[in-house]
Design a binder for this molecule. Structure first.
Ligand code: HGY
Ligand code: MN
Ligand code: MN
Length: 405
């Protein structure tokens, strides 16, 4: 079994975690294609070159480090993302990218030439925090979205993906498709940590449905407008927040729904809100329940509008179907964890990942390591570095097994 260099992995994670770090309690902010994301990308590229890899940047800004094999063939790939949510953690995404880099650095240490090439990947805008949908880069690679559609996505300030790729110098020109894909990631949930288990053998990922919407009512004076004359957009949205939560409770089967963004307008203390913009995030692992949940969520938006005499706009901005990974790949991850004598268990992923889209173009599997307290997407996100190294060990050996030597 290959053993990775846990100190080197830790140092890389700590150095990368300084980029976008906001200070105590502020976490890491590296929104996609921001200056912080560029600095992270530049550091990553410098490490790829140090490791002797060919650096490839594709037209949607995904970055790959390619290590030649003894034959010319599509590579066995592993990776994740370096962009984060606002005030997120230092492990979400970064562990998958730097764990894959550590696997390649370890192959270099052992002087192993794999038969098939191997590659490390850093996908653009996995989070979807600045530009929706999430998994934008891997979505284009997987053909689930055209390059032009992705280029046209705009952030809250109306800046496009294409303009930002050009601005930070990561609008590349070469695609790289793998023969197989692994992703090492922190679980971001409570299961492994609660059970004291080091390795998650991930069997699949739940579906992710995202909407952006806006209620249109009537701004008016809060002192002079009687209740029965109001068309209060924020009141309608507030009803939606509660009805969307009730939907998850009624659907059961671990359905999860969230209104993560809610902005009244004009957002003034003595004005009845004439507008209210909102988002909805729905998650469900079972295909039939997922499709049913989407229909029911959209009906709730209409219901709240009708109850408060509002017009509304609603756009679906993400629809990543539930996936169940290739059994042979999942078994390989499990076999590597067992051979390394790490504790492990099978589980689905609650969070979305680039693997969700890579699954549609090649055999794919994921490896989880515990998130302490199950926390993620917040400054408290933390993973034990020993567990991180265990995950990288499983990854390195799974890649070597598949690539051959
Ligand atoms: O939203 C997600 O599940 C992922 O973190 N982008
Ligand atoms: Mn992630
Ligand atoms: Mn994330």
């Amino acid at each position: 079994m290959l053993r990775v260099n846990s100190d080197r992995l830790r140092k890389s994670l700590e150095e990368m975690g300084q980029i976008g770090y906001g200070g105590p309690g502020k976490g890491v902010s590296r929104l996609a294609l921001s200056d912080e994301d560029k600095r992270a990308r530049d550091l990553f590229v410098s490490w790829l070159k140090e490791a002797g890899l060919e650096v490839i940047v594709d037209p949607i800004g995904d970055i790959f480090g390619l290590r030649e094999g003894s034959i010319d063939a599509p590579p066995v790939m592993a990776g994740s993302h370096l962009d984060t949510v606002r005030e997120g953690g230092a492990f979400d995404g970064a562990l998958g990218v730097l764990g894959a880099l550590e696997a390649i650095r370890t192959l270099n240490d052992y002087g192993i030439r794999t038969r098939k090439p191997v590659a490390v990947a850093c996908f653009t805008d996995e989070e979807g925090a600045r530009f929706q949908p999430c998994m934008l880069g891997s979505g284009v690679v997987a053909g689930l979205m055209t390059l032009q559609e992705a280029y046209a996505k705009k952030d809250d300030a109306g800046i496009s993906v294409e303009a930002e790729l050009e601005r930070i110098g990561y609008k590349g020109n070469k695609w790289l498709k793998p023969v197989a894909y692994f992703e090492l990631h922190v679980e971001q949930g409570p299961v492994l940590d609660a059970k004291g288990i080091s390795i998650g053998v991930v069997e699949g990922i739940q579906g992710i449905a995202w909407w952006q919407g806006k209620y249109q009512g009537e701004a008016n004076h809060t002192g002079t407008t009687p209740l029965d004359m109001r068309r209060d957009a924020l009141l309608g949205a507030a009803e939606l927040v509660c009805s969307v939560r009730r939907l998850a409770e009624e659907m059961g089967h671990d359905t999860r729904t969230t209104v993560g963004r809610l902005h009244p307008y004009p957002d003034i203390i003595n004005v009845v809100p004439g507008q209210a913009s909102f988002t909805i995030d729905l998650r469900q692992y079972d295909e039939a329940l997922y499709e049913d949940g989407k229909k029911r969520a959209e009906a709730l938006v209409a219901q709240a509008a009708s109850n408060h005499r509002l017009e509304y706009e609603l756009e679906m901005v993400g629809d990543a179907k539930p996936v169940h990974f290739d059994p042979a790949m999942v078994n390989l991850v499990e076999e590597m964890a067992r051979e390394a004598a790490f504790s492990y268990m099978r589980l689905p992923s609650g969070a979305g990942h680039d693997a969700q889209y890579m699954h549609s173009i090649c055999p794919t599997a994921m490896i989880f390591v515990p998130s302490i307290g199950g926390r993620s997407h917040c400054p408290q996100e933390l993973t034990d570095f020993d567990d991180a190294a265990k995950g990288a060990t499983v990854l390195a050996n799974a890649m070597l097994r598949l690539a051959g030597s």
